[in-house]
Design a protein around this ligand. Structure first.
Ligand SMILES: Cc1cc2nc3c(=O)[nH]c(=O)nc-3n(C[C@H](O)[C@H](O)[C@H](O)COP(=O)(O)OP(=O)(O)OC[C@H]3O[C@@H](n4cnc5c(N)ncnc54)[C@H](O)[C@@H]3O)c2cc1C
Length: 383
């Protein structure tokens, strides 16, 4: 059974999808369990991903990437997350934040910061969430004060992918306090991580996606040149919101990959496990459960690929991205939950694949905006 069937994938993305499957089979699947258990940063897989041309390649060709489009990134993500969500997240986060710079930044910023990431010489990150809130984008408090030809950053960020490992991060910070224009008070800055006043430490170990690393960052009078501002001052909220429209389609793909793996592993288990003199997949109740997994998966995948076209065409992107993110991420939690039930007592053995997938599925319902926030967007941005 091939769940990540290519017929729904546009033709121009199929070769990349095949390359991603081959890479995942060779470089991710064999080490997935080991990295999940150790929680180590998968440097070797990242390096192999760069060599295979599968990391940071959304970066435009003019800055050294392959200029992969949203459909290609979606196809790539489904395959990588099917093999292991933690390693896949690390590969994807290698260039996190670059999108905003090549979309809104200057040519000089792209040459200095984006090109080295495309080449695999540097890692980036995107620092938006804070210890006090991740959901209230307009309420974030890290501050950037203009002082001559510099900005001075003070505050904290939490959950930041590559906050420790990155060479630079794109930081979302408050530059205004106009209560009558709540969405015009934030800006984005390129902050090299060796800037004095930048401190980062890994957050405590997670229960899922263990091969990816997130950090708690503090900015203590951290000074960056004024030319590190991306785009215009006060436009940060809208730049991040636009970025999330693309990112949320990709997060839907994270969950489709996890869900596909959960269905495969549950199918295998139920056709092998015996009870009452037959394999348990002979019971109609189990067959119905397996059928429900397929219904949830196919529905979410169809919606995600539809959303991909809508977002790529700028056709109510906020609405479609939120629909896909919500449905696919919740499909994965339901599918992994059912998979756990069919594994019986073995579901709670820590080394079982279904137990790992069950935990991994808990993350995409939260990141890039918890699903409650997505439902707000669906309601407010309906066409
Ligand atoms: C593994 C991982 C990686 C991450 N990587 C990054 C990263 O690289 N960069 C980055 O900036 N962030 C990152 N995040 C942060 C992530 O985006 C936030 O966790 C997420 O936005 C939720 O914020 P919060 O955890 O502060 O939850 P809170 O904002 O405290 O919300 C908690 C809960 O309250 C409810 N809630 C909150 N507001 C509302 C509302 N308006 N209506 C209804 N219900 C509401 C929801 O149930 C929500 O889940 C990452 C998170 C994880 C888990």
């Amino acid at each position: 059974m091939e769940l990540l069937d290519e017929s729904i994938v546009p033709e121009h993305a199929r070769e990349l999808k095949a390359d991603a499957r081959e890479f995942a089979t060779e470089h991710i699947e064999p080490v997935a369990k080991e990295y999940f258990e150790s929680g180590a940063y998968p440097h070797d897989v990242l390096e192999a991903g760069y060599e295979a041309g599968l990391v940071a390649q959304d970066i435009p060709e003019e800055y050294g990437g392959r200029g992969l489009d949203l459909a290609q990134l979606l196809a790539l993500s489904e395959e990588l997350y099917r093999a292991d969500a933690g390693i896949a997240l690390t590969l994807q986060l290698a260039s996190f934040g670059c999108e905003i710079t090549y979309e809104y930044g200057t040519d000089e910023q792209c040459e200095e910061y984006v090109r080295p990431v495309a080449a695999g010489d540097q890692l980036s990150g995107l620092a938006v969430s804070e210890p006090e809130t991740g959901s209230d984008l307009a309420g974030m408090s890290t501050r950037a004060e203009r002082d001559g030809d510099e900005y001075v950053l003070n505050g904290e960020k939490y959950w930041i992918g590559n906050g420790v490992e990155a060479d630079w991060v794109t930081v979302y910070a408050r530059t205004g306090d106009d209560e009558s224009n709540r969405y015009g008070n934030h800006s984005l800055f390129i902050v090299p991580t060796d800037t004095p006043g930048y401190e980062a430490e890994h957050i405590p170990e997670k229960i899922a996606m263990c091969a990816s690393k997130q950090a708690h960052i503090t900015f203590d009078n951290c000074r960056v040149p004024a030319e590190n501002l991306i785009g215009t001052e006060g436009a940060g909220f809208w730049m991040v919101a636009d970025f999330f429209n693309h990112g949320r389609v990709i997060v839907a793909a994270h969950s489709l990959g996890i869900a596909a793996a959960a269905i495969e592993t549950t199918w295998e288990f139920t056709s092998d496990r015996e009870g009452f003199g037959r394999t348990i997949d002979q019971f109609q109740a189990v067959q119905h459960g397996l059928a429900d997994m397929l219904i949830a998966f196919e529905r979410a995948r169809a919606l995600t690929w539809r959303a991909c076209r809508k977002v790529a065409n700028e056709d109510h992107p906020g609405y479609w991205a939120a629909l896909a993110k919500t449905d696919a991420t919740e499909a994965a939690t339901a599918i992994t939950q059912q998979g756990m039930q069919f594994h019986g007592g073995r579901s709670v053995l820590a080394d079982r694949k279904i137990a790992k997938l069950f935990r991994d599925a808990r993350i995409p319902v939260i990141y890039e905006g918890a699903n409650e926030i997505q439902r707000n967007l669906i309601y407010r941005q309906r066409p």
